[in-house]
Design a protein around this ligand. Structure first.
Ligand code: PDD
Length: 287
């Protein structure tokens, strides 16, 4: 089946959807994005993603071409048109396509933002098998820019990080700055020691994960302690369990960090329980 995508007001077959070569997303990575997961054909935490999108746009002084209500309708329509049961909706808004390449921002009245959405079907996204196996991570230097709280499409270094991990026979990389873990290449990072979950506090150094917010709330409801502070790779290696969170992986156990095995080399019981709670609660609140 040909995928139906959304570009600047039109629902089109993916083969017919185009964006200008002058688009600032293409030339300058001048764009923001969101990834919202889909379970049972419904959107998980759409409100959280819409709120973060509005913040990303506002921090970059970029106009949204649609209201958040319209955005919800577009998400739902794409899920319906593509028959998505489990998967994700990718959304990108860029500062549009001016007449020529120029470092100066174009006048928004003359250059409307570009908006693109597409679905990704991922049957089995919520199945427990991959989570029970967990993922292996390496540590790499965090050399990204200083506004990681804005969800921009500048993903070259995270992409390189994943390749470094792959080359090392692992699945992902945790980034380290000034001796402390910031986050994973496309997820937030945590360890569990006893009854306590430790994760870096929110700042401009990391993306404010929508899954992170929900998981920390559910953890506290499940009587787990949450400590938001800097931590080192060594501390995580000495923990009982570790995990990452994101819209595309939910709660995913980390079973090895720089060659040191955790929780017996398989998904730890607390991380797996948190995943179960997160998926159950998210399904109930999906729209
Ligand atoms: N990535 N940190 C980074 C650097 C991320 O790119 C992401 C998400 C997260 C987790 O955020 P959330 O829980 O809101 O998905 C943290 C998405 C999934 C991606 O780039 O595909």
């Amino acid at each position: 089946m040909t995928r139906t995508v959304y570009v600047n007001g039109a629902y089109l077959p993916e083969t017919e959807a185009t964006v200008s070569i002058f688009d600032r997303g293409f030339l300058m990575a001048d764009g923001v994005y969101e990834v919202t997961s889909v379970l049972d054909g419904k959107l998980i935490d759409f409100a959280g993603h819409a709120t973060r999108l509005e913040r990303s746009l506002s921090e970059l002084d970029m106009a949204s071409p649609v209201t958040m209500e319209e955005l919800l309708e577009i998400h739902r329509e794409l899920v319906r048109l593509n028959g998505i049961d489990e998967g994700a909706v990718y959304l990108q808004i860029t500062r549009g396509a001016p007449a020529d390449r120029d470092f100066v921002f174009p006048d928004p009245a003359a250059t409307p933002s570009t908006i693109v959405l597409f679905t990704q079907s991922k049957p089995g996204l919520s199945a427990p098998a991959a989570a029970q196996k967990g993922i292996k991570v390496i540590s790499i230097d965090d050399i990204r820019w200083g506004r990681r709280d804005i969800k921009t499409v500048q993903l070259l270094y995270p992409s390189m990080g994943k390749m470094m991990a792959k080359k090392a026979g692992c699945d992902d990389a945790w980034m380290v700055e000034d001796g402390f873990v910031t986050e994973g290449t496309s997820n937030n990072a945590y360890f569990i020691k006893g009854n306590k979950i430790v994760t870096r506090a929110l700042s401009n150094d990391i993306l404010h994960g929508i899954t992170r917010a929900a998981v920390l709330r559910f953890a506290q409801e499940a009587q787990m302690e949450v400590e938001e502070r800097n931590f080192t790779i060594e501390e995580a290696q000495a923990a009982d369990e570790a995990f990452v969170t994101s819209a595309t992986t939910f709660v995913m156990p980390v079973v090895e960090i720089d060659g040191v095995a955790l929780s017996g080399g398989k998904g730890g019981p607390k991380a797996l329980r948190l995943r179960e709670i997160y998926i159950d609660e998210s399904r109930k609140a999906a729209v």
